[in-house]
Design a protein around this ligand. Structure first.
Ligand code: PGA
Length: 239
């Protein structure tokens, strides 16, 4: 069984979400997390069997943070996972490793498991620095966390050049990176973490990706907003 995490970003309006929930009702949801837009979290919690995640969390706790959503608020809704450090937040919102440390600490305090995203961009890949970059993204954050929290983190390896582009690394490359990430975290911190792959996962490549044993699941953007396609991917990951 692979973990399936849908990152619906801001693709859907309210009616789209209602349709998505109705059309995917027959799916097996035990291993499926939907990271909904904040306004729809309640809808998912009340009317679906998905495990519910958020796409982001405030660096601060409850208080004077206009427009933010705190970990405590997410917890009070019934959210049990949250994405942290997605490449879109790294680039669009200039979020830094210091911020990711604060976000992860806030989340684990409220029993929410962080889905921590890492990955190289195309220039970094072409310069052959993928492992340096990914290693640094891990170390800058993991060095500052409490040891007992590390295994609560789910790592998502998402090459930036693969997100929303239809381009996917080869199975060998994904296997090599997931091994690298797991070994680094095991050797340096003595922790075992789940590692997801993300970036253009879809109904056409899911069978091939499922052959990679070191991958514990997927972080899925675009394809998690299309009910039929998502149901198909869910069915391929439930065993
Ligand atoms: P994608 O997005 O599946 O549309 O490539 C993945 C992500 O951004 O998490």
């Amino acid at each position: 069984m692979k973990l399936v995490v849908g990152n619906q970003k801001t693709y859907l309006n309210r009616q789209d979400v209602v349709n998505f929930i109705n059309k995917t009702r027959e799916g097996h949801c035990e291993n499926v997390i939907i990271c909904a837009s904040f306004p729809y979290i309640d809808l998912y919690i009340e009317d679906s069997n998905y495990i519910i995640g958020a796409q982001n969390v405030s660096v601060k706790g409850n208080g004077a943070s206009t427009g933010e959503i705190s970990a405590e608020q997410l917890n009070s809704l019934g959210v049990s996972y949250s994405i942290v450090a997605h490449s879109e937040r790294r680039s669009d919102n200039k979020e830094t490793s210091e911020m990711f440390v604060d976000k992860i600490n806030n989340l684990v305090k409220y029993d929410i498991r962080p889905i921590f995203c890492i990955g190289e961009n195309l220039d970094q890949r072409e310069a052959n620095t993928t492992k340096d970059i990914v290693g640094r993204q891990i170390i800058e954050v993991f060095d500052k966390l409490n040891k007992e929290d590390l295994e609560k983190i789910v790592v998502a390896y998402e090459p930036v050049w693969a997100i929303g582009t239809g381009k996917v690394p080869t199975n060998d490359e994904i296997e090599d990176m997931t091994n690298y990430i797991k070994d680094l975290i095991q050797d340096k911190y003595g922790a075992r973490v789940l590692v997801l792959y993300g970036g253009s996962v879809n109904e056409k490549n899911i069978d091939e990706l499922n052959q990679i044993e070191t991958v514990d699941g997927y972080l899925i953007g675009g394809a998690s907003t299309k009910p039929d396609e998502f149901l198909y991917i869910m069915s391929k990951c439930e065993k």
